[in-house]
Ligand binder design. Structure first.
Ligand SMILES: [Fe+2]
Ligand SMILES: [Fe+2]
Length: 195
């Protein structure tokens, strides 16, 4: 027992039991879900553009969606880089989000431009809550990750504001559509943290 005491008192100060690994796991889960979420967002916009660039070529809404998609691509690239640099296991659900994201985007776009905007508002609302929670939880140990999420959070809120200005709330069946999309996004997010 005296050996143990000597080791503990003379060695480097030990981490509180269980705090280090849990924190590392938390950060990994954050990066995993964020990379998955940005990928999903990108696929939603790709689905919307596949439909709207045919049904509404040259519309201002299509141009706006293109700009949002370009930002989602940048967000995704940053988290994808982090996944590789930090050797984080990516979500196993990538094929699901690839298909489901595109399908959600295409389906809402088939309902019309306003429904496509309603989809963006619902998705970005969930992402707003999600990134806000992460920003709150991140401490001084992860300044770069925190600054990245803060920047992306601002972009997502701007996407929501733009979609609202473009008449999202005038979409037919807005409350139901919005509630269904929010529920799906929360489920997707919870699954991607774990799987
Ligand atoms: Fe994004
Ligand atoms: Fe976004």
């Amino acid at each position: 027992m005296s050996d143990t005491v000597r080791n503990v008192t003379r060695g480097p100060r030990p981490a509180l039991p269980g705090t280090q690994p849990t924190q590392a796991r938390d950060i990994e889960a954050m990066i995993r879900v964020d990379q998955a979420g940005e990928f999903g967002a990108l696929r939603i916009y790709e689905g919307q553009l596949a439909v709207l660039s045919r049904t509404h070529p040259g519309s201002a809404d299509v141009a706006a969606i293109r700009q949002m998609a370009a930002q989602e691509q940048k967000h995704f690239d940053v988290f994808d880089r982090m996944i590789k640099d930090r050797a984080v296991r990516p979500t196993a659900l990538e094929p699901v989000w690839r298909a489901a994201g595109f399908a959600l985007g295409a389906a809402t776009a088939l309902m019309g431009e306003k429904a496509a905007m309603a989809c963006t508002v619902a998705v970005e609302d969930v992402i707003d809550e999600h990134y806000s929670r992460q920003i709150e939880r991140l401490d001084r140990n992860e300044p770069e990750l925190k600054a990245t999420i803060e920047k992306f959070h601002a972009d997502e809120c701007a996407h929501r504001d733009e979609a609202l200005e473009r008449g999202a709330q005038q979409a037919p069946g807005y409350p139901l559509l919005s509630a269904a999309i929010r529920m799906s996004c929360r489920l997707a997010s919870a699954l991607s943290e774990r799987l």
